[in-house]
Structure formats: structure tokens, C-alpha cells
Design a protein. Sequence first.
Length: 273
Amino acid sequence: MIGHLINTDIGNRGIKRLYIEYRRKNFDFLKDAAKLFLDNYERTLIITGFPIPPTMRAETDGPSGAVALYYAVEKLGGRAEILTYPEIEEALRDLEVRFVKDPFIEGYSLIIAVETPGRAADGKCYSMSGLEIKRETFDWIVENARELGIPTIGIGDGGNEAGMGKIKDLIRKYVPHGERIGSTIETDELVLSAVSNWGAYGLIGEAALMEGELRDVLATINEEEILKSLTMHGVIDGVTKKTELSVDGIPKEIHSRFLRLLTSTVKFRSPRA
Ligand code: MG
Ligand code: MG
């Protein structure tokens, strides 16, 4: 049910057919990701940030989801760290979350990539419109973690993000320029969503249905405040490419209401701690 909610394509960005086929083949994708999360959260690295060409400024999708995941890990008694771009780090400074610049990968029990570029077949990273991303990316961490046998979860909404390599055939089939821009970086579990922030919220929501301790985490996220701070630090909407209070071209009101719907749904359905 939550898997379905987070794939509601309000922005009409074309995730529908991709989602339906992914869901048909991986009916329990969100449950599986939530299980992996609950089994491995003790020491979690959360990676977020997607630079948008041509300015290469980071976009507004990802950071709120990363913060929500951070709170979820800490609520469970684990320790979380966030790796992201400097402007996002600055924008999230008041939230008192822990950042890391040079992560020691072996030290983590779980890596979650939320809306961050994943290398395409030619070794470069691309925007949805096919422009090359010319800024440092973090997908190598996901790759290294996989080689070390550390569990990984990817959260994405387009096909060019770290984690989407898990469904590269579907990206090629359904996403415009999929062959060229499709990510080759795989994760153990993949949370597909219409907006990556929603994917992160959905992962927490699904985990809360299994672990009542998490039932109030989504209520602590003030996405509008986070958005305000992000835009004050030059972060842009990835679709409109403007500094405005929107994510993926969808205005802030819809995001706040979507999060509220998810929060109430989770409270209604999850066991009391
Ligand atoms: Mg995306
Ligand atoms: Mg997005």
C-alpha cells in the first residue's frame, strides 16, 4: 500500500509504466527494503545530493528524505551519518545531524543512497535530459560497499540514480534516453518512487509497520523548513532548475500534504511501541 502511494506520479514524470512492471516482478520491494533496513541500521551511512547541469547546483530532492532516514536510525538506537554536498550540509546545519566527508566504508553496517547520481554505461553520470554531470559523485561508495558485502539500499525516481542499476533493463525500456543515462550502479534493494524524498519516507513508513518504535518519526519532519533552508543555500528544484520552494517541479504544499497523509496512514496502521 505504501509502495503504491509513493509511486503516485503527481508530477507526471513518467514513472508509471516503469513502476508497474517493477512492482509486478518485485511485489514486496518496499517490504524487502524495510527488512534490510531494520536488520542492519546500527551504523548507517546515508548519501544524498544530485547536481543539476549546467550549474551543477544540488537539487531539492533527497535531503529531506535523508534527514528522515537519519532520525529513523537514531530512533532505533543506531548511529547515522550523512554524506552530501557542502551547500546541503550548510542548509541542514541547524538540524544537528552528523555529517561525514571521508567515510571509512568498512565501518558501516548499511549504506543508503537517496537521490544521488549513479554512473551510466559509459562511465559518466547524466541528468534526466541527458546532460553530463560534471561534479564529484558518490556512487563509488555504493560500489565499494557491495564489494565488501555491506548491505545497500538505493532510492530513486528517474533511472539515473545510484541503485537504479538493479533495473537497468526496465530503464532502457521505459525512460527517455534510458540507454544513455541509465545508472549501472546496483544496490541490494531498490526503492522506486515518484519523488525520491517520498521513497525515503515510504521506506520509514513500511519499516514502522514492522517496528512500532518508528511510528512517530515521519511526524518530526518539517519539509517546508528544510526546503526554505535549502533554497537559502542555493539549492535548486531539479526540474524547474530554479531556486524555489518545490521539489521535482511539485509545489511545497503538495509535499507537505503528501507527508501528512503518509504520517497519518502509518500511525493508523503501525503497532504501538
Ligand atoms: Mg531523480
Ligand atoms: Mg527527484
